[in-house]
Write a protein that binds this ligand. Structure first.
Ligand SMILES: Cc1ncc(COP(=O)(O)O)c(C=O)c1O
Length: 455
């Protein structure tokens, strides 16, 4: 019995009416990626207000690794609502914050003792990571990467790479931010080929210290272990070890932004573990709150303790409900072996996608780590011209046929998987069959026309 059930055309009449009200009430800047208004969700399945059922390969942009309404998470939230909702941890503390900090401290890669600060969003974790790094090093500059995404608040936006829609018109940005190319081997900034390049993109950092910003002025290098919004770009496995070495050589902190890669998505609790490095500061958010807003900066204790009392925090950071949800999310990840599951899902996808690559010239590269898999679409494999419109048409087709799928990348030409890791094999295969017919439809619009209404 298929999971996907479409009773109306997509969007259905109720979603359409809500979209119109949304357009009147909500600014255009808050983009609407699909026109499906949700009524309920469970596991990897969404039901919309018109009674249509979808398989969710987006997970609220990677926030639901443990699934929609994971039973342990909803139970923990219910239990906490019967105790108290908010007191502000800085005024009258509660144990949930402390238990979560202890848990993240013990999970974070490396042996150095850690401390954790809790916040509300990924961008807020980025802001605080930079504050802490600058305070500790007493240096102003931050190095970040082309195609990086770190959020929409002032510092986070300044560190983000993509101009439209994130930055253009919002100048001036925070100062002392320097950007260098990431190891995006499929589109190498230096037109080199791995491994013959001998990781030229890391050696140019030394040149950056000579020609752009002095190493002794740099507080931190901030990097996503796999670029998320930049296109699921996985650097060669030794890349982060080299970055770690450069940071150690010059007393620069390495900040790993694991907001998207963290908490089992790549097959490890943190993607840094794939590279065998210990970042100085580790940023988490998204899945951490199990669906509630929560973020963390977990760092080496002597760095985290460098700022004075009152310098860090916020009214809602580490909200009691969100802390309990996070502890239950971590339990679910461990008890349901979601790291192993991520690896299996990644393999399952790759087998399918490699077959697509034989058939669809649109597929330039398949890449990823664990379940964080993506397909880069190109007009042709020679020029590698980004097939951005085709990627949009593909996700549109998927939504109309019962699958929520997102694009990514600076050119918007990459489709990416961020499904809840509790998705069953049958659900996953069903969703991938829709994606597969989407490829056919995009390449041969007339031949692959099919009626999406099932019921
Ligand atoms: C790597 C990374 N950092 C930071 C952020 C910002 O997180 P938030 O949207 O919670 O502010 C995101 C969001 O997508 C992200 O992917």
């Amino acid at each position: 019995m298929p999971v996907i059930q479409l009773k109306t055309s997509i969007p259905g009449p109720i979603s359409k009416a809500l979209s119109q009200r949304r357009d009147q009430a909500v600014p255009r800047g808050v983009k609407q990626l699909t026109s499906i208004f949700v009524a309920r969700s469970e596991g990897a399945v969404l039901e919309d207000v018109d009674g249509n059922r979808f398989i969710d390969l987006a997970g609220g942009i990677g926030c639901l690794n443990a699934g929609h309404r994971a039973p342990a998470v909803t139970q923990a939230i219910h239990a906490q609502t019967n105790r108290f909702l908010h007191t502000c941890f800085m005024v009258t503390p509660y144990d949930g914050y402390v238990r979560l900090a202890e848990r993240l401290n013990s999970l974070a890669p490396g042996t150095t003792p850690k401390k954790t600060l809790l916040l509300n969003s990924g961008a807020e974790a980025v802001e605080n990571g930079i504050k802490i790094a600058r305070a500790y090093t007493r240096r102003p500059a931050v190095i970040c990467f082309e195609d990086a995404f770190h959020g929409r608040t002032m510092m986070a936006m300044s560190l983000t790479s993509k101009t439209h829609p994130y930055k253009a018109g919002f100048e001036p940005f925070a100062s002392d931010v320097y950007r260098v190319p990431f190891a995006y081997c499929y589109r190498c900034a230096y037109s080199r080929k791995f491994p013959e390049c001998e990781m030229h993109c890391t050696t140019v950092l030394e040149d950056t210290f000579r020609r752009v910003v002095a190493a002794e002025s740099v507080a931190a290098i901030i990097a996503e272990p796999v670029l998320g919004e930049g296109g699921f770009i996985v650097p060669p496995s030794e890349y982060f070890k080299i970055l770690r070495g450069i940071c150690d050589k010059y007393g620069i902190l390495l900040i790993a932004d694991e907001v998207q890669t963290g908490l089992a998505r790549t097959g490890k609790m943190f993607a840094c573990e794939h590279y065998g490095i210990e970042p100085d500061l580790l940023l988490t958010a998204k899945t951490l709150g199990g669906g509630l807003p929560l973020a963390a900066v977990t760092g080496k204790d002597y760095i985290m303790d460098h700022t004075g009392p009152g310098a860090l925090g916020g009214t809602f950071g580490g909200n009691p409900l969100a802390c309990e949800a996070a502890l239950a999310t971590l339990d679910t990840i461990e008890q349901e072996s979601l790291c192993e599951r991520a690896m299996l899902l990644g393999d399952r996808f790759r087998r399918r996608a490699e077959d697509w690559q034989q058939r669809f010239s649109l597929i330039g590269e398949i890449r990823g780590l664990g379940a964080m898999q993506a397909v880069e679409l190109v007009r042709d494999r020679e020029s590698r011209a980004p097939a951005s419109e085709e990627a949009d048409r593909l996700t549109q087709y998927c939504a109309e046929h019962g699958v929520i799928l997102l694009t990514t990348g600076s050119y918007g030409n990459i489709i990416r998987l961020l499904m809840p890791l509790v998705i069953s094999n049958d659900e996953f295969d069903e969703a991938l069959s829709v994606v597969e017919s989407g490829f056919q439809a995009v390449l041969e619009p007339q031949a692959a026309h099919s009626d999406p209404v099932h019921a």
